[in-house]
Design a protein around this ligand. Structure first.
Ligand SMILES: Cc1cc2nc3c(=O)[nH]c(=O)nc-3n(C[C@H](O)[C@H](O)[C@H](O)COP(=O)(O)OP(=O)(O)OC[C@H]3O[C@@H](n4cnc5c(N)ncnc54)[C@H](O)[C@@H]3O)c2cc1C
Length: 406
């Protein structure tokens, strides 16, 4: 059996089904005792694992446009989606740092980009089509009862076959990188920095200063940033790494889909041999939480490729880590040293505990159901929804039981 993208998890499934029709998918889920849908395998844990797996990339792949929405197969990747939108002169409001992930996997885990006014990618969902373990296809649209519970479904409610997303007219963006911002300035001017562009990513190795700040903006970006100088050549988020796979910078305008991700679609993103973790805190606690991690800097730096700090707008999706709170995400790209990373995560989670950290569902974390349940006021409603949509628990797995169900 294959591993996930990061290579730190080997799926234990006995079989991977690849249905080519909804009827075939229905037969598989009705028959299966324990099953999960696999996206593009970019998560860093056993979240997508089960004795039986299904990939949906063999299902019919048509894309339809209606009003300000597009409906696509859930197995489509964001780079494939961007190609289809480009042909129609359309765009998404925001993207994550890489376009290689599937729409279904991204929304199931509340994957996000950055921006004070940008919700996570699941907030772009206007409707979705779900195949439940009874083999029935149901469509839920924004505003319907349970919709807010289904979108960030963690793969636990059924197989999402098609997704309708909000779109808008295509737009150009500019990207510029600024280097060496002082920590004092970051803490004093956190609101100004995160408001300096439509999307802001702060990259740091938790040492003497903040290594890089990436601004992505629809309007031009000029000058310096609070004492941090504009880079004079393209950069990779990991200081010193070859920027060949990074999206163009230096303020050169380009299509939204060529600037919003950090990594180009045709290239290997990020470091490769890596594990990722991320914790989302209420943005009012952002600077305090960042300071708590800075104090761990010397301890965690040897294990890190890079950390990234982003902001994400609040939403109403029940299991979104941004539920009810504008958020700051503190992300870690670790070297692939699983045991050492898990020991470091214990310290990170302890340091962040005063700030009620919600872990990113698709990345590696330790917190168990007892720690996580109090962070999600709608969790009881989600558990009731699980009971209604999947009464025999076909889509439950060990990950869900460990981290969410008590
Ligand atoms: C290099 C890299 C960069 C990343 N950058 C970001 C980032 O910028 N922002 C961010 O928030 N995250 C980021 N991530 C994390 C990533 O977005 C999530 O792990 C996401 O879930 C990956 O999607 P996937 O399709 O690979 O899902 P998988 O890992 O295959 O599956 C994840 C979950 O989704 C479920 N699922 C997938 N498809 C369906 C479906 N059709 N129906 C029902 N359930 C489904 C699975 O069962 C599983 O529970 C990054 C990961 C990598 C490797």
């Amino acid at each position: 059996m294959t591993t996930n993208w990061g290579g730190n998890y080997t799926y234990r499934a006995n079989v991977v089904h690849r249905p080519s029709s909804l009827d075939e998918l229905s037969e598989i889920v009705v028959r299966a005792e324990r099953v999960r849908v696999l996206g593009t395998q970019h998560s860093f844990s056993d979240i997508a694992d089960a004795p039986e797996l299904i990939t949906l990339d063999g299902l019919p792949g048509e894309t339809t446009f209606e009003g300000a929405t597009v409906t696509v197969p859930a197995a489509l990747t964001y780079s494939q989606l961007a190609d289809r939108l480009r042909e129609e002169g359309l765009a998404l409001r925001n993207l994550a740092s890489l376009p290689h992930i599937s729409v279904g996997g991204a929304i199931a885990t509340a994957t996000h980009g950055s921006g004070n006014r940008n919700g996570n990618l699941a907030t772009q969902v206007a409707a979705l089509e779900l195949m439940t373990s009874r083999g029935e296809l149901t469509t839920l649209s924004r505003g319907a009862p349970d919709f807010d519970g289904v979108v960030v479904g963690l793969g636990s409610l059924g197989a999402v076959t098609r997704v309708t997303l909000d779109v808008e007219p295509a737009y150009d963006m500019h990207q510029r990188v600024f280097e060496h911002l002082s920590w004092d300035m970051l803490f004093e001017q956190f609101d100004a920095i995160t408001a300096a562009a439509d999307s802001v990513s702060i990259f740091t190795l938790w040492s003497d200063d903040v290594d890089q700040i990436w601004l992505k903006n629809r309007a031009e970006i000029e000058g310096e940033l609070l004492g941090a100088a504009a880079a004079t050549a393209d950069r990779h988020p990991i200081p010193g790494a070859d920027p060949v796979n990074a999206t163009p910078q230096l303020g050169q305008p380009g299509l939204w889909s060529d600037r919003l991700p950090h990594f180009r679609s045709g290239f290997m993103p990020s470091a490769g041999d890596e594990i990722q973790s991320e914790y989302l805190v209420d943005r009012r606690h952002g600077p305090g939480a960042i300071e708590a991690i800075l104090r761990l800097g010397d301890r965690i730096r040897p294990l890190l490729y890079i950390s990234e700090i982003r902001t994400i707008a609040a939403d109403e999706l029940w299991l979104s880590p941004q539920h009810g709170r504008d958020s700051v995400g503190i992300h870690f790209t670790w070297k692939r040293e699983q045991d050492s990373v898990e020991r470091a995560l214990a310290e990170v989670e302890r340091a962040l505990e005063p700030f009620a950290p919600r872990p990113h569902w698709g990345k590696l974390f330790l917190a168990d159901a007892a720690k996580i349940a109090p962070l999600y006021e709608r969790l009881p409603d989600f558990v009731a929804l699980l009971g209604r949509l999947d009464p025999r628990g076909a889509f439950r797995n060990a990950w869900l039981e460990r981290h969410l169900l008590r």
